[in-house]
Design a protein around this ligand. Structure first.
Ligand SMILES: NC(=O)c1ccc[n+]([C@@H]2O[C@H](COP(=O)([O-])OP(=O)(O)OC[C@H]3O[C@@H](n4cnc5c(N)ncnc54)[C@H](O)[C@@H]3O)[C@@H](O)[C@H]2O)c1
Length: 344
């Protein structure tokens, strides 16, 4: 599969999807990428700017994964040899405000892509990108970690919608023998992440001389992985994962939120006064941690990027790309799409 064929990447203009496309084309994991994305507030075609002129190897289609006609047309036109499904509504706070778009994109959208992949010529493998949040929350005072056999216990509308999607993907394998693989990854950080999530929000505020809001007591623990390590894990599962299997992805890097912010302060020349504790998120999961031994054992994947270096590189990237931050905040990036694909 590697090096040739067309990979359909949904949600490719978002944070992880765009990093995946950069690696897939930059390192020639496949012959061509078709990026399919609705360009919601979180999707920015500017994230893929370096590829838009390369019409041989890259194409972009704007569309909604929950729209069977739009998805069907992409499969018919490009005949992908593999599908990597990133498209989702991804922010827990927004799902608490309004779960409807989460059901639309994460549940219905996944079912539509799944059905289209199954019916397409050659029934290409679909890799469904999911989250560790489907497993619920772990106590702070335990060494227990999430693994593939753990029962699902989603606790936010976001996690529930991703769990629903995962079950649909599992069911398609069980019912139809469809070639699918599911990955459940922990929290990602790195370039191109929309500044509503903790790390880019903190970097943006610290750069602007503002305070960083930290939920509750700041002791909620997340298991952080650099986005490129996640993308390489997705590729490993796409190419070497067993059909119908789930793989948990993590980099053995548990950090309380407050320590994440504290690690950023010296990188941005700020002190403890830049931290502001705010009222906790309702139902805020306490701790996530991943046991990634299955993917390591079965695919040979291992994370490459150490936390300290990864964080310093991430800060450098946001520092060097102030216009990116300004454009995603203003929504101005949509004009880039209009310029390139205005009539589409
Ligand atoms: N960010 C993380 O830490 C993390 C961790 C584990 C798993 N994941 C999963 O990885 C995937 C990507 O996450 P992300 O952080 O890059 O999200 P993101 O919000 O940055 O990007 C999502 C992308 O999907 C697109 N999209 C949304 N609705 C769509 C629709 N109806 N049709 C087509 N495209 C649509 C958006 O325009 C955007 O480009 C998601 O499935 C998420 O659940 C994320």
């Amino acid at each position: 599969m590697s090096g040739q064929g067309t990979w359909l990447v949904t949600g490719a203009a978002g944070f992880i999807g765009s990093n995946f496309v950069h690696l897939a084309l930059g390192e020639r994991w496949c012959g061509r990428v078709v990026a399919f994305d609705a360009l919601t507030y979180a999707g920015n075609l500017g994230n893929l700017e370096r590829w838009t002129a390369d019409r041989e190897r890259f194409d972009f289609v704007r569309g909604d994964v929950a729209d069977p006609d739009a998805v069907g047309r992409v499969f018919a036109e490009y005949e992908p040899s593999a599908v990597v499904h990133f498209a989702a509504e991804s922010h827990v706070d927004r799902s608490i405000e309004d779960p409807a778009p989460f059901l639309h994109t994460n549940v219905t959208g996944t079912q539509v892509v799944l059905g289209a992949a199954r019916e397409a010529p050659g029934a290409p493998r679909m890799l469904h990108v999911s989250t560790d949040e489907v497993y619920g929350s772990l106590p702070l005072d335990s060494t227990e970690r999430f693994h593939e056999q753990r029962p699902y216990d989603p606790r936010s509308p976001y996690a529930a919608s991703k769990a629903g999607a995962d079950f649909l993907v599992r069911a398609a394998h069980h019912t139809h023998g469809q070639d699918v693989v599911i990955t459940n990854c922990s929290n990602n950080y790195g370039p191109y992440q929309f500044p509503e999530k903790l790390i880019p929000l903190a970097i943006m505020n610290l750069l602007r001389g503002e305070q960083v809001p930290v939920y509750g007591d700041g002791l909620n623990v997340r298991d952080w992985i650099h986005v490129e390590d996640h993308c390489r894990a997705v590729r490993a599962c796409l190419e070497r994962g067993r059909s119908g299997e789930t793989y948990c992805i993590g980099a053995d890097n548990e950090q309380p939120n407050i320590e994440v912010v504290r690690a950023l302060l010296p990188l941005l020349g700020r002190g403890e006064l830049a931290i502001r504790f705010v009222r906790d998120r309702p139902g805020h999961d306490r701790r996530y941690a991943i046991d990634a031994s299955k993917i390591r054992r079965e695919t040979g994947w291992a994370p490459r990027i150490a936390w300290k270096e990864g964080l310093a590189d991430t800060v450098r990237w946001y520092r060097e790309n102030p216009e990116w931050l300004a454009s995603v905040r203003s929504g101005e990036f949509l004009s880039y799409y209009e310029r390139l694909y205005g009539g589409q």
